[in-house]
Design a protein around this ligand. Sequence first.
Ligand SMILES: Cc1ncc(COP(=O)(O)O)c(C=O)c1O
Length: 338
Amino acid sequence: METIDWKNLGFGYIKTDWNIRSTHRNGAWSPLTATQDENLTLHMASTCLHYGQEAFEGLKAFRGADGKTRIFRLEENAKRMIRTAEYTMMAPPTVELFRDACIEAVRRNERFIPPYGTGASLYIRPLLIGTGAQVGVKPAAEYMFVVFVTPVGPYYKEGFRPISIMVDRHHDRSAPLGTGFVKVGGNYAASLTSADIAHKAGYPGVLYLDAREKKYIDESGAANFFAIRDGAYITPKSPSILPSITNMSLRDLAADFGLRVEQREVEFAELPTFEEAGSCGTAAVISPIGNIYDPDENRTYIFGDGTTPGPVSTRLYETLRAIQLGEAPDPRGWNTVL
Ligand SMILES: Cc1ncc(COP(=O)(O)O)c(C=O)c1O
């Protein structure tokens, strides 16, 4: 067996042993099957290829301090995929099908679960696609649900450090009454140009503002935005952002810490008043934001000293990580312990 340098793993695809599949035909999902085949054979007129009938999820399994494996918030990811499927008129997997497929994929690829203490984890990627052939713009009659896993490295190789991001008022990833609130691939295709512009300017992330007025903060790349001010955890409420499961968890932890939780429209003009800012998502849990560059105004907003993570963001990050790794109690039952 090849050895994996867990500490130096990036976020890329590494072949694992098995993936798990089910197909939906005539109104029913087939029993799950396990395969070692990495390829899918698709009809060229599949709706996923032409009309974007495609949904995906992203969640992680962690090897805990006690040697057990924990999958974080499996049911919430299942529910989000069901919402995505319903909006895009695809056959939704049941929570049970989703759960069983994820657990089976993790179990069968046990040797790829990174050891405790490496900071690495096993990323789980559920995928739902319309496989039935259509030429008219209509939902497919057949679907495929696939779950594969791949080990991913620690997000913070050089420690938990703030990032710099850039505002983009010239591209939107989604529209207020569009697909931003669900996890369809098209939203990510729509984000590639702005990410490329930011990367070329030296910024790893993009801050999206609301598509209608460019007055409110929407999201920070493929992550939700939050800020800390005067004992409050503040995070945007917007129809065009993906409801982050990490953010949902951080709101509970913030309330546990005695912070006021404000989920509301957040004006871009509030930026100078924030003590801390961050983006949150499965990939990093929290990326503290050190500064935000606004190229239209040629202005940079700095949070704290711009280089040290704020105390509240640090506490939130460490608390959530400790729950995921089984180092701290999990009173709300967020982990599925295998
Ligand atoms: C657009 C977008 N927003 C937010 C998030 C964060 O969501 P979660 O915390 O569920 O990973 C993600 C990642 O899934 C995303 O792609």
